[in-house]
Design a binder for this molecule. Sequence first.
Ligand code: SAM
Length: 284
Amino acid sequence: MAGTLYVVPTPIGHLGDITDRARAVLAEADFIAAEDTRVTLKLLNSLALKKPLVSYYEHNRRESGARIAARIAAGETAALVTDAGTPAISDPGEDLVALCAEQGLPVVALPGPCALVTALSVSGLPSGRFCFEGFLAMNKKSRRAHLAALRAETRTMIFYEAPHKLPHTLTDLLETLGDRRAAVCRELTKRHEEVWRTTLGAAAAHYAEHAPRGEFVLVVEGAPETPPPPPSLADAVARAQEDIAGGISLRDAARRAAERTGLPRSAVYAALVSTLSPRSGNKK
Ligand code: SAM
């Protein structure tokens, strides 16, 4: 008879957040599939457990996943854990669960710590309907496409972000979505936990001056149900003029205004040029 794959959430900071059931499943599993065996070893030590560990992470998920599924098919019980939080949520696990499901192997998920749910529940923003957006891509083009697709999103949005990318992400969110209410949730469940209920503008200004430290979840208010009118050419020209006053070249200012408003760059450029006097001396 086949065994079972248990999906086991682990604490995102506070070790007391491990559940009794998670502890029992870890204790009874034949082996534990871990994202980083060193991190999981520390957790097991804190629980006074000794278990065989196998590595299962982003870059070995195919081969390791196949081996894990074969052991489950042969009757073993596996517990899947990641470094922190719920496996398969911006963490390895999705493929292993899909593989076991495809092979008809039992999969049981335990509820437990998850940064997105913790952040949403404390954010003070509407939680009736929300969407989890994970990490924004590093690649400029995919990042822009992702953000543009969220302009009219009316549900509360949740993002994960690494500290070194947070200032850039806040600026991008502000430029794409406009100034909205947001909760910046830092180091949740840890000693220096902080929940800052603020706006994207205030958060972007703060983190442009203060280097972020720790782990962050951003919770951002959705767009109003009745969307504001789309940006006009006059809005785009006004934004470009602000940039030009700040020292940016006419061509770059037109490009940036076009990106932020979604209007064609050539139209913004032509409208901008038509506002300039022949002797204004702006560099193209
Ligand atoms: N699977 C995990 C979960 O269930 O939340 C998420 C793993 S993902 C690789 C790590 C990201 O989760 C971090 O970059 C951060 O955005 C968020 N995160 C994890 N722990 C956190 C904490 N204690 N406080 C704030 N954000 C946290």
